[in-house]
Ligand binder design. Structure first.
Ligand code: URA
Length: 238
């Protein structure tokens, strides 16, 4: 690709800013100062800006441990004035390209996957792909054992024509359960329990497909996914 394009794809610089910068002689390619914006470079060329190496952004795959009082939104708006977006926690360049693969409510915590690869994200969010999302749920009241069967049969949510897809419920303690769902309707987990006359008091997402929230990540921390984690989405859901 052209050198000025490489600069745009590895920094926040615009094309015209890149061209201006090149004229100053602060960019070297394989050890040689290059001022020509049309110079062709390979993706893995050693390109330094004021001595610091530049790398192409490429496709990014991120897991974040969402804290409470943050929103899964990429746009600013009234809510964004009240709560920061999870994207703001990343502090990476070209964050406007990033999309959230499966949003969580402002008061929900846990695993959020963020990427600029639209196809990969679609494999997680499309109900057709049936990618499982596992939640740890705290409830206002101890649920009845019969809830296991009700979730397995699908729950009739208010305002929906069809029942939810079969979901798997496991009891952890009196008022704490694990619930795995395979779709992502608006406030789905809270509405499922509301349909059974219960109320969710805390909600935490632990797993998406076979990607589990890294226990080393404190609330608000993030890391890039491993190759295996990225590829697992294809294997599990396609
Ligand atoms: N279901 C909910 O009700 N809220 C979430 O944040 C995620 C799933």
């Amino acid at each position: 690709m052209r050198l000025d394009k490489f600069l745009c794809e590895s920094t926040e610089l615009t094309r015209s800013e890149s061209k201006r910068l090149l004229k100053t002689g602060s960019v070297s390619v394989e050890g040689v100062i290059v001022k020509n914006p049309a110079c062709k470079v390979t993706d893995d060329a050693e390109i330094l800006l004021d001595g610091a190496p530049l790398t192409l952004v490429g496709s990014r795959y991120i897991m974040l441990n969402k804290p409470v009082d943050t929103i899964c939104s990429t746009h600013s708006g009234t809510r964004a004035e009240l709560y920061p977006s999870v994207i703001d926690l990343l502090n990476v360049i070209k964050s406007d390209r990033l999309r959230i693969a499966g949003r969580l409510d402002v008061d929900t915590t846990g695993l959020v996957l963020i990427t600029d690869d639209g196809q990969w994200s679609h494999k997680i969010t499309s109900p057709v792909k049936k990618c499982g999302k596992r939640y740890r749920v705290e409830l206002a009241m101890p649920p009845d054992q019969s809830a296991i069967e009700q979730f397995a049969q699908g729950i009739q949510l208010q305002g929906e024509k069809k029942r939810t897809r079969p979901a798997q419920l496991e009891f952890i303690s009196h008022q704490e359960v694990l619930l795995t769902i395979h779709e992502g309707k608006y406030h789905q987990v809270k509405r499922m329990f509301a349909a059974l006359g219960n109320r969710v008091t805390a909600l935490h997402r632990e797993q998406i497909g076979s990607i589990t929230l890294d226990p080393d990540l404190e609330a608000g921390e993030w890391r890039y996914l491993t190759e295996d984690e990225i590829n697992s989405v294809q294997e599990v859901t396609s």
